[in-house]
Design a protein around this ligand. Structure first.
Ligand code: BEZ
Length: 254
């Protein structure tokens, strides 16, 4: 998906603002950190400000351009974390916020992270859990069905039990996973839900005529109002997994 990098940093700035809580899991002493899916670089900057040596990796051209323009002093790689790991440095910490649920091949993701980390290196990340924005997704699915369009979502929203198994299988231990509800206020008052939909479902909405799109978004507002409207703003029903795990030291053959 091609992101609207400008809106990511303004209307939807909650994405990296919530990530700030995740920064508290970083060690106090300086480490080599790779920020996976670094977006517009806002969290990368904060990681650097904590004294770490950080590199962001990001595959969206628009995001990486914005990040390098705003933070020329930081190091960013344009690339896909699922590509083969060659020519990379080793890192003490793999950090990531709001990215893993976009990645279809979680095994490959964890294998690559494993390769990027030194023995004893840490994975610190947060992303969508099972049931993430369920009310919004269910309402959208229902609305699209009226036009015989089925909602094919790319997301991997997983449970703590399943992710625990995946991490163990990929040679991580000392695994801590917090699965929690994170109701997220949206900006722009009454237009908040629409704006959120336009940011995250542009391709699906583009399948509709302008008139159909208007009906779908209006119906969603009406349907979701009793659950997600809070006096003067929308609150999206986010659920998150927050993960801290350590790369198991590999046994070397003599
Ligand atoms: C999320 O960050 O949780 C999210 C992003 C896009 C669509 C749905 C959820």
């Amino acid at each position: 998906m091609d992101w609207d990098a400008k809106k990511y940093n303004t209307t939807h700035d909650f994405i990296f603002k919530y990530g700030a809580g995740l920064l508290e899991l970083l060690p106090k002493e300086p480490k080599r950190v790779i920020d996976i899916g670094s977006g517009t670089g806002e969290l990368t900057k904060q990681i650097a400000a904590l004294g770490h040596s950080v590199t962001g990796i990001e595959r969206s051209e628009a995001m990486i351009t914005q990040a390098t323009n705003k933070f020329p002093e930081l190091s960013f790689i344009k690339g896909d974390i699922l590509d083969p790991v060659t020519g990379f440095d080793s890192y003490d910490i793999a950090f990531s916020n709001a990215v893993f649920h976009w990645i279809p091949d979680q095994d490959r993701l964890l294998q690559n992270i494993h390769q990027l980390l030194v023995d004893g290196g840490e994975l610190i990340c947060e992303f969508g859990a099972v049931g993430n924005v369920q009310a919004i997704r269910d309402a959208f699915r229902e609305e699209l069905a009226a036009y015989e369009i089925s909602l094919e979502e790319p997301f991997c929203f997983t449970s703590s039990e399943d992710y625990q198994k995946l991490l163990e299988k990929n040679h991580f231990d000392r695994i801590e996973i917090l699965e929690y509800e994170r109701p997220t206020p949206l900006k722009e008052g009454a237009f908040g839900l629409r704006q959120w939909m336009e940011q995250f479902y542009p391709n699906e909405l583009a399948e509709l005529t302008l008139e159909q799109k208007e009906i779908v978004l209006e119906n969603m507002d009406q349907k979701l109002k009793p659950v997600l409207w809070k006096e003067d703003h929308w609150e999206a029903d986010y659920r998150r997994l927050r993960i801290h795990a350590v790369k198991r030291a590999e046994k070397r053959s003599k």
